[in-house]
Design a protein around this ligand. Structure first.
Ligand code: KIV
Length: 335
């Protein structure tokens, strides 16, 4: 494959992807044969692995005007899905390389500003519940909230990878996890994130098998705050570190593109990062311990001053800028 160039290369990709699509289609809708299904998946994955330079229009060329047998097949990947997979592949390839930059975003203007400033991942995190919707923790966030805000971020059409969190109570089984992931993708997410390790592996497998990239989340799991009672550092003992490693390995086997590490002590985060094959993206794990960093945008901008986690490093004080600007406005109108 490596020797193929130009039109031959594109033709090969299209033939491979079409054969995969045919096998997928027949397995899903006609024969229901797991062998044909697996074969189709393998051929489709092979088609994806024939790499083209990032941004090549040949990727979008994969989508036919009409689908198989003259109508558009739901099993056939759209250019948006191919683009999302391509971005997720690029993310996975960043393991051990230039640090990955990620920020949360919950609305259109913020997404545009962050994207214009060069951040590579926009996470529509369920921290939305706390820093935008005014709930005490993330356990109040619903799928409707997430869909509303993922759609707003996606409307900015960012170059950055848009990840949507699966909110609590929406991924109890592999089938439910896949349905939730599909809804987030329909709203504009290019990848989804879920919390937890071994017990989420089958759910991750179901989502990735459907062609949707998944990001894991280990360490402090905010959706478990009610059971845990407090936000505590994780990975402090060899047993805790071992449990995180087992979770990470289960997630990797299931096909995650990267794993968020939250509030894992720096030594453990660094050791695990070195031994895992997928990138880790840290928050509250110390400096330069992971393959990248994610921050809650309101912590970075100082726009939510009522609770600032101890590890936050604000680069601005938007809260004070806002108060000052509004005070000047009030004074001007009253003058
Ligand atoms: O919801 C969120 O913002 C997150 C980050 C803390 C990683 O999951």
């Amino acid at each position: 494959m490596r020797g193929l160039r130009g039109a031959d290369h594109d033709f090969t990709k299209i033939v491979l992807a079409k054969s995969g699509g045919v096998a997928f289609f027949s397995a899903r809708t006609a024969t229901n044969d797991p062998f044909v299904y697996r074969l189709g998946l393998q051929v489709f994955i092979l088609a994806r692995r024939v790499r083209l330079p990032y941004g090549s229009p040949s990727f979008t060329g994969l989508r036919p005007k009409r689908g198989l047998f003259g109508f558009r097949s739901a099993a056939y990947p759209t250019s948006a899905a191919v683009n999302a997979l391509q971005k997720a592949d690029l993310l996975r390839a960043r393991k051990g390389g230039r640090p990955i930059t990620a920020l949360t975003a919950y609305d259109y203007p913020t997404a545009r500003l962050l994207d214009e400033s060069g951040v590579e991942i926009l996470l529509v995190g369920d921290s939305l519940g706390m820093v935008v919707l005014g709930f005490p923790d993330t356990t109040h966030v619903t799928l409707a909230h997430m869909l509303h805000h993922v759609a707003a971020v996606a409307r900015a059409k960012p170059r950055a990878l848009v990840i949507g969190d699966l909110p609590i109570h929406t991924y109890g089984s592999p089938a439910e996890a896949l349905e939730t992931a599909r809804q987030l993708v329909a709203a504009g997410a290019e990848a989804v994130k879920l919390e937890g390790g071994i017990r989420q592996a089958e759910k991750v497998r179901a989502i990735t098998a459907a062609g949707i990239p998944v990001i894991g989340h280990l360490g402090m799991l905010p959706q478990r705050i009610l059971e845990e009672g407090a936000y505590r550092k994780k990975g402090k003992t060899p047993e805790q570190a071992g449990a995180i490693r087992e979770g990470a390995e289960a997630l990797m086997d299931a096909g995650v593109s990267a794993i968020v590490f939250e509030s894992i002590i720096p030594e453990t985060a660094r050791l695990l990062t070195r031994s895992l094959a997928v990138p880790t993206i840290g928050i509250g794990c110390g400096d330069h311990t992971c393959d990248g960093e994610v921050a809650v945008v309101t912590d970075l901008l100082g726009s939510y001053p009522w609770f600032v986690p101890p590890f936050a490093k604000p680069e601005a004080d938007i809260a004070q800028i806002t108060r000052d600007a509004v005070a000047r406005y009030v004074a001007r109108i009253r003058a």
